[in-house]
Structure formats: C-alpha cells, structure tokens
Design a protein around this ligand. Structure first.
Ligand code: SAH
Length: 347
C-alpha cells in the first residue's frame, strides 16, 4: 500500500483521474490530512465509494511516538519516532517567542562521517521518503495541538544526499494545500554537496541555505569532515554565490567551535577574511560533547573572542543558544542512547 504522504497534489489528481474520480477530491483529501485527520473514514465530505477505494490503496503512514522527553529548562521536546521497519529517528520541537520550530531528520543515520557528530557513527541506514520527512512535522503538530511555523532540516542525515525526497518535501510542506509553512521559515543545512547546491539554487526557493563549514581551510576541514576531500571550500563558496544570485537569500555558515581544534583567534581571522563581503551570517555552535569522541566545547571566552573578531570583518554573527541540554537534545544522541539501553535489555 502506498503512503499517501508521499503524494503531491498533482500526483493525487492524476490518481483520481485514472481511477474515475473527480480531480478536486485530491485537494479535499489532502486538506483533511494536513488538518490532522489521519483516517479516510473521518473525511466527511468524501463519498463512501471513494473512501473504500482509498482504504484499499493507501495508508496515511505516521510514525509511532516511542518516547517524548521534555526539557525542564526551556520546554524543548524531543520525540523518538519509530517507523514500521523498526528504524528510529528523532525530531526536536523548540519553543521560541516567534513560534514553534521543529528540527527534523532526512535519513536514518548518515554517511558523511563528520568526526564530532553522533548521527554518522553507523553510517547511513536508509533515506527517509518524502512522506516520512513530512510525517515528523505532522505527528508532532498533532501531538502538541499547536501550529509549527518553522522547520530546520538539521536532524540526522544529509538532506542533499537524499535530494529528490527532500525537494519534494519542500514543495509539499510549503504548499497552500500542504502544511503551508512559508519557505522563508525553512532552513536546510548541508555539509556542502556542491553539485546539489547548484541544483537547489536553480529551484529558486526562498528557503535559507545553511552550510556546515566548521573550518577556514581545506586542510583543517579535512581533519574533521571527510566530505572536504571531495569538495573544496572554494567550490562551496562559489556554489553559495550562485545560490545568492539565484535566490537573493543570505547564506548561513555554521561553525561548531571545538576546543583547540578550530577555535583560535587565528582561525577567526582567517574565517573573517574568507567570508568578508559575502551576503552571509555566521552561526557559532559551541560543540555538543558526545561520549563517543574526545572533542571538547570551547570556553565561553574563546567563543566570545571568536565572535568579536568575525564581527570586526563586518560579518553578522550569532552564537547558538543551547536548547534541551538536559534531554540529550543534540545531534543524534537520543536515538543512540535509546538503542543502547534496548540492547542492554536484550542481552
Ligand atoms: N548533514 C547536515 C545536516 C545535519 S547536521 C549538515 O551537515 O549540515 C546539523 C548541524 O549540526 C551541522 O552543522 C552539523 O555539523 C552540526 N553538528 C553535528 N554534530 C554536532 C555536535 N556534536 N555539536 C555541534 N554541532 C554538531
């Protein structure tokens, strides 16, 4: 059976036509789903005959909420979600004054191999489908019974390594018939898969592109990010300039500060020189320490110095506020710790 969440309105209209139904039913059905109705039998304006056809052909496949962890510090909620094939992913809901924001995953695991990241330790298990990416927003929105207004694709996985499904997700989630979340409220974060940045630029979406840079030189970047062996910083910046030309959108550069690895004043100056004059913004992320490696977070003083130096190059800088530090909210840690406790129980 097909997951209806994988369908765009256009595709559903085609199905309706091929199955002797009126095309406008497509819109009615999707609007029920995106209002939170996930059983065909509860779709009141749909004729019985069509409901039984839908039941024969489709499911609205939402993951199961396995656990919800809520931070006592800031209300951040971490959802551990399970798919039918037994795979687990995590999505994080963050509450801000400007609205609810969700961080979602695009793959089970990841094959990019960044040294400081917990999501990549067992490699990529599989891509998520469009419907599975979308269903994270749906299931959490239904659970909290409040609207989600912002999305960041910064959970497990490399979005541009699952390009087709992610692009389709962007189309549906921002469509009026879908969740109607404005593209300006969506951020896609990538470690820098250059050819896909060009492809994405040509779509001319108004989403924010965030690049995980984490180093000013290829040599340094290679030490922590294997993808740097494939694409150079020059190539990435060239692709970013193309993205800016096409979309007129400011790029975000993410820079995880790791003690004594990439956080010196010299690093900051070199990064300042590299990015000076570009339509961009740097987001400094004090690295989240994970138990599988020995990387340490930079001191508050180094973070502040780093930020001031970048600002002296005319670059806009923000330092990411840590959310949900009491609930393992960062970077694939929850899924791993959950799986470890399950393994212990099974032993
Ligand atoms: N694969 C994509 C998106 C997922 S990771 C990417 O690389 O951008 C989202 C962000 O979290 C990236 O900037 C990533 O480098 C960062 N990240 C991963 N592990 C981290 C950790 N332990 N501490 C801080 N940031 C981390």
């Amino acid at each position: 059976m097909d997951n209806l969440l994988n369908y765009t309105l256009e595709e559903l209209k085609v199905w309706m036509k091929e199955n002797g139904e009126s095309e406008f039913r497509g819109k009615q059905i999707l609007s029920w789903i995106y209002k939170g109705i996930n059983q065909f039998d509860n779709m009141r304006n749909i004729p019985k005959s069509l409901i039984s056809k839908l039941n024969e052909n489709f499911i609205i496949d939402l993951p199961k909420i396995i656990e919800v962890y809520k931070s006592d510090i800031d209300g951040t909620e971490k959802f551990l979600l399970g798919f039918k094939d037994g795979n687990l992913i995590e999505s994080v809901l963050m509450r801000y004054k400007h609205g609810n924001s969700i961080c979602i995953s695009t793959q089970v695991g990841c094959r990019m191999g960044c040294k400081f990241c917990a999501s990549t330790l067992e490699g990529r298990i599989r891509n998520l489908t469009t419907g599975e990416i979308l269903s994270q927003v749906l299931v959490v929105q239904n659970h909290i019974d409040e609207r989600i207004s912002n999305i960041v694709l910064m959970g497990s996985g490399e979005p541009l390594d699952n390009y087709e499904n992610v692009v389709k997700f962007l189309e549906v989630v921002s469509a009026e018939y879908g969740l109607n979340i404005g593209q300006r409220h969506i951020t896609l974060s990538t470690c820098g898969i250059v050819p896909k940045i060009y492809e994405l630029a040509d779509k001319e979406y108004s989403i924010t592109l965030a690049i995980s840079l984490h180093a000013f030189s290829d040599e340094k970047r290679k030490e922590i990010m294997p993808v740097a062996n494939k694409y150079s910083i020059d190539q990435i910046l060239e692709a970013c300039r193309h993205y800016i030309n096409k979309t007129n959108r400011r790029i975000t550069f993410e820079y995880a500060l790791v003690k004594e690895v990439n956080d010196s004043r010299e690093d900051a100056k070199a990064l300042g020189k590299l990015l000076k004059g570009m339509l961009c913004h740097v987001n400094l992320i004090p690295v989240n320490e994970i138990k599988e490696n020995t990387y340490k977070r930079s001191s508050k003083k180094s973070i502040d110095d780093f930020s001031e130096i970048l600002k002296s190059y005319g670059i806009e800088v923000t330092t990411r506020r840590e959310m949900g530090s009491d609930i393992n909210a960062a970077c694939g840690q929850l899924r791993r710790s959950y799986m470890e406790t399950q393994e212990m129980r099974e032993e």
